[in-house]
Design a protein around this ligand. Structure first.
Ligand code: HEC
Length: 147
């Protein structure tokens, strides 16, 4: 009983959180999911600043630089044969590689434009380029990520 108890507790936790472990070598699914979480971690605080009118030019610029530094991280981990649990990607990623690449490029261009705008340190010029990045995320997710 002493050994069974912790195992049962772990199984319960796994069921509750809905997590499936990525057991493949190199963990491509987990790695790309983490890369997207890191992108979100740079991106979201910029939106908070704009919404709450707490714009800080230096902080915003740091976040925009972080976003651009992280924008390339997920893509190499969408290799062939990496459509397996726990992925939230749709099969369209592998069925429509050109469209996926197009959405990726649009996102990269939008992130670059946001960084260029952040460098002006003019808080009034940031809503549109921020929104454009947001739209690029959504535009890809609507086809390529399950909700
Ligand atoms: C070119 C397509 C594309 C773009 C652009 C894109 N994503 Fe995603 N995103 C995906 C796909 C596909 C997944 C699912 C990955 C998986 O589970 O294997 C995903 C997953 C995520 C996740 C969930 C990670 C997890 O732990 O399950 C977050 C958060 C996320 N994206 C945020 C963003 C944000 C924020 C942006 C824009 C700043 C963005 N994404 C831009 C395709 C994209």
């Amino acid at each position: 009983m002493r050994f069974l108890l912790p195992l049962a507790a772990i199984a319960l936790f796994a069921a509750c959180s809905g997590e499936v472990e990525d057991s493949r070598p190199g963990q491509p699914v987990k790695t790309r999911q983490q890369a997207f979480k890191d992108i979100l971690r740079s991106f979201e605080p910029m939106g908070v600043m704009l919404r709450d009118k707490t714009y800080d030019a230096d902080k915003f610029l740091t976040l925009a630089n972080d976003l651009v530094a992280r924008r390339d991280a997920p893509w190499a981990h969408f290799g062939p044969d990496t459509d397996y649990p726990p992925t939230k990607a749709t099969a369209e990623v592998w069925r429509q590689p050109e469209k996926f690449a197009e959405k990726k490029q649009a996102f990269i261009a939008a992130a670059d434009a946001l960084l260029a705008a952040a460098r002006t340190k003019d808080g009034k010029q940031l809503d549109a380029p921020y929104q454009a990045v947001y739209d690029a995320c959504q535009d890809c997710h609507k086809t390529f990520r399950r909700r």
